[in-house]
Design a protein around this ligand. Structure first.
Ligand code: CP
Ligand code: NVA
Length: 311
């Protein structure tokens, strides 16, 4: 049985990322326009069970995985952390081995990335990273798919990330190296990419990442502008002085005006409207956040199919 883990974008060969994006395009087109072809896809997960274990809140990731599995003919089981022995009388290693006996794929949303890898080391079934404190690869692959639907290949394009270099940003960095696009980070020095991210880029030996403290200079000629909440689920609330420092990195119509005229704006959601992004952006035609969210399901269908060796 093929076991392809989907843990981080820097560990998946670029040709496999391209293959997932290509498959997602076929599966989405079939779902929306080709009833006959869709019949073929709608049974590809027959007789499989996907487990979902989420330590953190989720609206999009959980629902889009559930929908993806059900639409491909598989079954889903939601595993509640407070109803299993994990961490209260059973080790992670033993729990992971048990999951391998009964499930075919496992989607995990955990706090610590190390725990995700420990699950994977002890698993005989594919593990999918549904977000950790450090990464969110399913989100970023859906974002790239969305960009490419609107604007064609992302290779060589300029992506500008504003605010805090968080888990979603790190997955963007991984994707930038794999798929060869430029990424510019713009935010206060306190929130700039940490050591691990800088080391990753240095090892790549490329000039893929630029750090530009001035947001207006950063977004100049951007093809894609992205931001996320300044405070992630695992973070502590920020003092007012930090919020004040971040304010000039808020995405506004005025700031987007310095980018290319065909720039797209993305945000993984949920958003703190009025903080990292102004409310009016969501009515602007450069904003594609709903398409991003919808594409989570289409791309995850192909992630599941790749993990199970179906293409
Ligand atoms: N974007 C995203 O992963 O959303 P959820 O936290 O709702 O899953
Ligand atoms: N950076 C956010 C993403 C939520 C989808 C968080 O980790 O809370």
């Amino acid at each position: 049985m093929i076991v392809n883990n989907f843990l981080n974008l820097n560990e998946i060969a670029p040709k496999n990322l391209e293959a997932i994006l290509e498959d997602a395009s076929k599966v989405k087109t079939a779902a929306l326009k080709d009833f006959v072809l869709n019949e073929h896809y709608s049974s590809c997960l027959n007789n499989t069970i996907t487990g979902l274990l989420f330590e953190k809140l989720s609206t999009r990731t959980r629902l889009s995985f559930e929908a993806a599995v059900l639409k491909l003919g598989g079954q889903v089981t939601n595993i509640r952390k407070d109803e299993i022995h994990l961490g209260q009388g059973e080790t992670l290693q033993d729990t992971s081995a048990m999951f391998s006996l009964f499930l075919d794929v496992l989607v995990l949303r955990l706090y610590e990335e190390e725990k995700l890898y420990e699950f994977a080391r002890n698993s005989k079934i594919p593990i999918i990273n549904g977000l950790t404190n450090e990464s969110h690869p399913c989100q970023v692959l859906a974002d790239i798919f969305t960009f490419q639907e609107f604007r064609g290949s992302i290779s060589g394009k300029k992506v500008v990330w504003l605010g805090v270099a968080n888990n979603v940003f790190q997955s963007f960095l991984h994707a930038a190296v794999a798929l060869k696009f430029q990424i510019v980070f713009s935010g206060p020095s306190k929130f700039q990419p940490g050591e691990k991210m800088l080391e990753f880029i240095q090892n790549d030996n490329s000039d893929i990442l630029t750090i530009e403290p001035n947001p207006v200079v950063a977004v100049d000629s951007a093809d894609l502008v992205v931001t996320d909440k300044w405070v992630s689920m695992h973070d502590n609330q920020l003092p007012k002085s930090d919020i004040d420092d971040l304010a000039s990195y808020r995405v506004t119509k005025k700031l987007l005006g310095f980018a290319r005229t065909d720039v797209l704006f993305m945000h993984c959601l949920p958003a703190d409207k009025g903080q990292e992004v102004s409310q009016d952006i969501f009515e602007d035609n450069r904003c594609v956040t709903l398409q991003e969210a919808e594409n989570r399901m289409h791309v995850q269908k192909s992630i599941l199919r790749w993990c199970l060796g179906l293409y």
